[in-house]
Design a protein around this ligand. Sequence first.
Ligand code: ADP
Ligand code: MG
Length: 248
Amino acid sequence: MSSTDIAIKFETLNKHYGSYHALVDINLEVARGEKIVVCGPSGSGKSTLIRCVNGLEPHQSGKLTVDGILLDDSKTAVRDIRDHVGMCFQHFNLFPHLSVLDNCTLSPICTHKIPKAEAEATAMEFLTKVRMDQHAHKYPSQLSGGQQQRVAIARSLCMKPDIMLFDEPTSALDPESISEVLDVMSDLAKGGMTMMCVTHEMGFARKVADRIVFMDAGEIVEIADPESFFTNPQHQRSRKFLDQVINH
Ligand code: ADP
Ligand code: MG
């Protein structure tokens, strides 16, 4: 893979929280347009892994390159990378005092200095994509969890990211909302977005992921295409995890 085809590259990356070794010798290349699903038991380092990508967590050794930018200690590197990377969390973190539309236009107007009319047109385009255009003038408290999460995704897309990170975006939602949000994520995947998703939705993983990254105790234990991972996991720890998820 030539360097321009690589969206995210971890090279022997290590991360500690104090004396706790949270990420151990992580090596991973994510191609442009690739969809990675990260799975593994609770506490295995999934959130830490994806939070490193947009500089929410610093690492102590190794290299991390995102969209060709080496993520070092400089403020400019973190700022430049966040310009290219959108993130969507379990809790939607919408601004409660702003309408759906204003949530979506705030950063484009304030950070990217986009004129208001243009920012609103873009916001409506993405709100339509997530099927929330009819709710543009509502406030977050007037929406269901799934609707709020779809707005949070639209809000990220308004910043025109090259890469989207998801950290358990559906784990706080009811079943109907889960499928609404997964549909939006599947559409995004079909549109060619580079995605790294932490999720326990194994049906989604199977359908959408190009590769599954399985983590345990801060290590990447297995990287495989979904079919191989689900039908023929190579490691005892992957098998144990799948048994628990499937028998859940
Ligand atoms: P996962 O997302 O797979 O559940 P995390 O990446 O959140 O795992 O956490 C990995 C490990 O790092 C856990 O043992 C967790 O307790 C620890 N950890 C996470 N965040 C912090 C923090 N801010 N300070 C100290 N330890 C942390
Ligand atoms: Mg987590």
